[in-house]
Design a protein around this ligand. Structure first.
Ligand SMILES: [Ca+2]
Ligand SMILES: [Ca+2]
Ligand SMILES: [Ca+2]
Ligand SMILES: [Ca+2]
Length: 315
């Protein structure tokens, strides 16, 4: 009998609960900042959320009629809603700007400030220095390297197109041992270095090209016209099978190399190379070299020669 609260004591408790509820509701719903606010709101204020955000969720939730149950929901809803909003915003502009913004965007880190971001570093952040909506910077530590930058002869892919020192009519018409020529709707590079066939091909590929395919007599004569007299053999993009299959000559695109239309020099191909057991790579001979001049010969693939690259012209 003594332990159980009397009816009067129960009433007092209920009244006290109702009063405290009313205070919570009024304080947040009206935006007033009396003594109640610091308790509930102080947490959200510290997180940097503007007052407007705090008001919105409270007003929505208090639409219901009931008191006691509703009150529990209200305070729960408030507490839950705040951190969620705050977390999203904070994640948006992490450690870089520190400034909150209304709408973080999908951007890329642009460390060198050249206007192009690093593909490998997408972020949700506020627009501003250090970020760019455009990806594509292949060197985000070099502000002179970005898409659209004129290509120059510097062993660097200046314009991020994955070709190094390729032809650029603005800034790169000759580079190293190679001179670029636009002719008959194709782009060629005539290279006067000394490479074996594989290295010659790799050099072309680095420039966004490949060893030239001498399709017909028209192209053949065009190529020959660019070779200096007595400049020797120039590798083309054709091989004879894989080592010992003499006779299966193919261009790099898989098409057959004709042995019947006179572009091979007399008695060629003869599979006679310089000591490595065959001659399985095709070369074009310049003017001035006996009966092989201006014709094809088969060469040992390890022999060092000049080379001709070919590819589509730049867009
Ligand atoms: Ca950049
Ligand atoms: Ca860059
Ligand atoms: Ca390039
Ligand atoms: Ca370059």
């Amino acid at each position: 009998m003594n332990g159980a609260p009397g009816p009067r004591r129960t009433q007092v408790l209920a009244l006290a609960a109702a009063l405290s509820l009313a205070c919570t509701y009024d304080g947040s719903g009206l935006g007033a900042q009396p003594d109640d606010l610091p308790q509930e709101t102080s947490t959200s204020t510290t997180t940097g959320e503007p007052p407007a955000t705090t008001i919105a969720p409270t007003t929505t939730t208090t639409g219901g009629p009931a008191e006691t149950t509703e009150a529990a929901v209200t305070s729960t809803g408030l507490t839950t809603a705040e951190p969620t909003t705050t977390t999203t915003t904070t994640a948006g502009e992490p450690d870089t700007t520190g400034e909150p913004c209304a709408t973080p965007e999908a951007l890329y880190v642009d460390d060198d400030g050249d206007g192009f971001g690093d593909d490998g570093q997408p972020v949700t952040a506020c627009a501003g220095p250090g970020f760019s909506p455009q990806a594509g910077d292949c060197d985000d530590a070099d502000a002179a390297v970005f898409p659209g930058q004129p290509e120059t002869c510097n062993v660097v892919d200046d314009d991020c197109d994955q070709s190094v020192d390729e032809f650029d009519p603005r800034s790169n018409i000759a580079c190293g041992v190679c001179t670029y020529i636009l002719a008959a709707g194709r782009l060629y590079a005539f290279c006067t270095g000394a490479h074996n066939w594989a290295d010659a091909r790799a050099d072309c590929q680095l420039r966004g090209l490949d060893l030239a395919i001498d399709d017909d007599w028209l192209e053949h004569n065009l190529l020959v016209s660019y070779l200096a007299e007595n400049s020797g053999q120039w590798y083309l993009g054709a091989q004879d099978g894989d080592g010992n299959q003499e006779g299966s000559w193919r261009w790099l695109d898989g098409s057959e190399v004709p042995k019947w239309d006179g572009r091979f020099a007399p008695n060629q191909p003869d599979d006679k190379g310089s000591g490595d057991g065959g001659a399985d790579c095709l070369a074009l001979v310049s003017k001035g070299k006996g009966n092989t001049q201006e014709r094809w010969v088969d060469e040992s693939c390890g022999a060092l020669h000049k080379w001709i690259c070919e590819g589509p012209p730049p867009p």
